[in-house]
Design a protein around this ligand. Structure first.
Ligand code: SF4
Ligand code: SF4
Length: 111
């Protein structure tokens, strides 16, 4: 029953979440982070840390496709445990609908 990163992380990537995860299970894409569902211990500490409210427990309905997306990208993106600056226009994109089509499949920097 892992937590998953959802649409509002895209183009924001505030990264507050990575610093609190006790098992370091965040993985970084160019403009989004994901959680590795097999590594997440479901502690929930990251959820309130996300300024974009993008982290949800997968027990919420309608998150199946996000869980799959997190699982897939966690296999190819690098692990990240250190917070860096948010994307430059993060505030502008926070809360905008339709961000999924802007998701980059490219990996991020990682640690
Ligand atoms: S804190 Fe939220 S917006 Fe920032 S990287 Fe983590 S999930 Fe994405
Ligand atoms: S719920 Fe806990 S283990 Fe899972 S990603 Fe968040 S902080 Fe990490």
């Amino acid at each position: 029953m892992p937590y998953v990163v959802t649409e509002n992380c895209i183009k924001c990537k505030y990264m507050d979440c990575v610093e609190v995860c006790p098992v370091d299970c965040f993985y970084e894409g160019e403009n989004m982070l994901v959680i590795h569902p097999d590594e997440c211990i479901d502690c929930g500490v990251c959820e309130p840390e996300c300024p974009a409210e993008a982290i949800k427990p997968d027990t919420e309905t309608g998150l199946e496709s996000w869980l799959e997306l997190n699982a897939n990208f966690a296999k190819s993106w690098p692990n990240v445990t250190t917070k860096r600056d948010a994307l430059p226009d993060a505030k502008e994109w926070d809360g905008k609908p339709g961000k999924l089509e802007l998701l980059s499949p490219e990996p991020g920097e990682g640690d």
